[in-house]
Write a protein that binds this ligand. Sequence first.
Ligand code: NAD
Ligand code: DAU
Length: 351
Amino acid sequence: MNKVLITGGAGFIGSHVVRLFVNKYKDYEIYNLDKLTYAGNLENLQDVENEPNYSFIKGDIVDGQFINDLFGTHKFDRVIHLAAESHVDRSITNPLEFIHTNIIGTVNLLNAAKNQWEGDLEHKLFYHVSTDEVYGSLDDGGFFLESTPYDPQSPYSASKASSDHFVRAYQNTYGLPIVISNCSNNYGPNQFPEKLIPLFINNIIHEKPLPVYGKGENVRDWLYVIDHARAIDVVFHRGKPGETYNIGGFNEWKNIDLIKVLCSTVDSKIGRKIGSSEKLITFVKDRAGHDLRYAIDASKIMNELGWEPSLQFEEGIRKTVEWYLNNAEWLLRVTSGAYLEYYREQYQNRA
Ligand code: NAD
Ligand code: DAU
């Protein structure tokens, strides 16, 4: 009952989930399976790597034989599946990678769990961590509910929607005990600087242009990553098998307004005139098929499971900026080499 496989544990959200579980559940054996793509970084877990209840396994969820053998060897009881290709812009450039990892990788894990758990489903759980992007894009009104029909708009969200469907299909067809959560945009320490908040913090620090897509009017609903990890803990332990839970912070921000908060927060921390970094804002060609607005109604997880966000946004942003300033070496290491090539390709023709 206590052998827990966490996939993608070296990534942004996964590393916070691994840390929480390793520290909080000393009687669990936590196995972190990660391929260590550009987004995976074992430095994120240095503080728990020697804990006796933690093991790291390097491996690729796309390799079905390897995954099946791994379940046979370790006999995991429960799975929290986070491993994925997660960046929308990369999915626009290379959709196939997303199909391989997000769809085939998920089905490989489902098959291995089904094979391993056949005939004994008691205390077993396959928890799939997904995104609010599967619901598509909202205009100015309304929220995503668990009952909102799927309407994914990007190759990333289409691949996540597909993986959600497979997870539900394995419950319906084979009786696999599953649970799914769909979360809004996360921010916080250890996020790879391809996503809006860490990319812009890094660029503000180095006085580089801030490439705002379109007019900066798109809206996202931001949640501090540790609050997401707390929600995953709650869904994992108290979620009802077969159910879906939306997770979000009731915290909507227009990109341009959020970017101004980032500018003033970094300015104040590094002694620049507050707001002076706004001069770096550069409006660039919009993202293809750019979803206008995401907004989660998180009433179900709040009312049924008693979860709620613990941090106000301003405090979360302050902590996040401080983390990036205090971890300049981490930032430097992940923004060298392949990152520079990625950055050039993503942004060179956008002006
Ligand atoms: P991330 O890109 O930071 O990390 C992904 C991790 O998965 C990395 O450690 C990477 O090495 C690993 N990985 C990728 N391909 C793999 C493979 N083939 N085999 C094994 N490991 C592989 O992603 P994240 O932002 O931490 O997101 C984690 C999960 O949460 C994803 O499933 C994502 O869809 C979902 N999610 C993310 C957000 C967000 O705002 N970041 C919001 C909601 C849901
Ligand atoms: O909603 C949950 C999703 O949030 C997760 O499932 C994804 O894994 C995660 O990447 C995130 O997707 P977004 O596309 O919303 O996040 P991103 O940080 O890429 O972009 C946030 C907003 O900022 C979006 O409207 C696009 C805009 N943007 C982004 C970048 C990277 C810019 O204006 N300029 C940029 O350079």
